[in-house]
Design a protein around this ligand. Structure first.
Ligand SMILES: [Zn+2]
Length: 335
């Protein structure tokens, strides 16, 4: 589940009002770093959810929501440049990952569009950022938009909509993502553990997520390395020491690290590939061999619940201890 930011409440209501008569395509536009992608992910999940709540929010409990959280939903496609999905790492062949969305990525959609949805409901395509489509890709998308198939929604997310083809724009219902007020941005950043957000906010053009990214780039590397060092050696993992060392780190961030780590364990187990820690592929594969899939699912569920409640934990250290203990238990049970 992605966060729905306070400044997006009205936008969410607008989207919820659209659900009865969905367009074929939505353009979600707005400044960079204000949470558009998270909003679009929430929108997609809620449309695929089997039992959305009255406010339109995905239930987080049904099979569909579970697949969505695991990034394995058969009726959902996220299309973005390779450079975004591989976090700027070099590919095996030594080439830099592409920064554009290629025509092949868009053409693959026509197959997807012709399939009927696995779950009998909607299929959702999310293209992010839409301006990364090269000219051929944009033309291919236009074709798909010109012959819309029923019960498929295409969501374009863009902070440079002026770079999109006018013919594409004219086929989209436009939703403008609001810029949060400086006060709302500062309050949100404080919740993320940033004590004096004003300077960073200004540097980030008052886009709060962008500001957080800047802060994270500037700090946190030490904590993250310490985390990796412990977690990659479950037998030697000093749970209490690490919880102590991380107690000033924002809980949401630590849970996010654990989620990425578990994602890689799962992916290594099923496919031999990892996404977030490519330089540690070998050791992650080794670790993943003996883990019981059900244990991993259970722990991932525990992380999801913890993340939902992590914005105001009474005691981050205790929270970390309990999560790290679960992790160690899972890993040692498998050894
Ligand atoms: Zn659901």
């Amino acid at each position: 589940m992605k966060e729905l930011y306070l400044w997006q409440n009205e936008l969410w209501q607008r989207w919820n009002g659209l659900r009865q008569r969905l367009p074929h395509a939505i353009l979600l536009k707005g400044a960079q770093g204000i949470g558009k992608l998270d909003f679009a992910m929430n929108l997609a999940q809620s449309l695929l959810c089997e039992q959305p709540r009255a406010d339109g929010w995905a239930c987080q409990d049904c099979a569909s929501c579970h697949w969505f959280d695991q990034e394995t939903h058969p009726d959902f496609r996220l299309i973005q440049p390779d450079a975004l999905s591989t976090l700027d790492e070099e590919k095996e062949d030594g080439k830099k990952p592409a920064r554009q969305i290629s025509v092949d990525q868009i053409r693959a959609l026509s197959n997807f569009a012709n399939l009927s949805a696995h779950q009998g409901g909607y299929r959702v395509v999310l293209i992010h950022p839409a301006e990364a489509m090269n000219a051929n890709a944009a033309n291919a998308l236009l074709k798909t938009l010109e012959e819309p198939s029923g019960r498929m929604l295409i969501i374009l997310v863009s902070h440079k909509p002026q770079q999109l083809l006018p013919t594409i724009l004219s086929r989209c219902l436009v939703l403008a993502a609001p810029m949060p007020s400086p006060e709302a941005s500062a309050a949100w950043l404080q919740q993320q553990g940033i004590a004096n957000p004003a300077a960073m906010l200004a540097q980030a053009g008052f886009a709060p997520l962008q500001a957080l990214r800047l802060v994270e780039e500037a700090s946190g590397a030490d904590e993250y390395n310490r985390f990796l060092q412990e977690i990659r050696q479950p037998a030697k993992f000093d749970v209490y020491a690490l919880a102590e060392q991380l107690q000033r780190t924002e809980p949401v961030r630590v849970i996010h690290w654990l989620q990425q780590w578990c994602y890689d364990l799962n992916s290594a187990k099923l496919t031999g590939k990892v996404r977030y820690h490519p330089e540690m592929t070998d050791s992650i594969c080794k670790l993943s061999i003996k883990i019981a899939v059900l244990d991993l699912l259970r722990f991932q569920k525990e992380l999801l619940v913890a993340k939902r409640e992590a914005f105001h934990p009474l005691n981050p250290k205790l929270l970390f201890e309990s999560l790290f203990l679960s992790y160690r238990q899972m890993m040692l049970a498998s050894a």
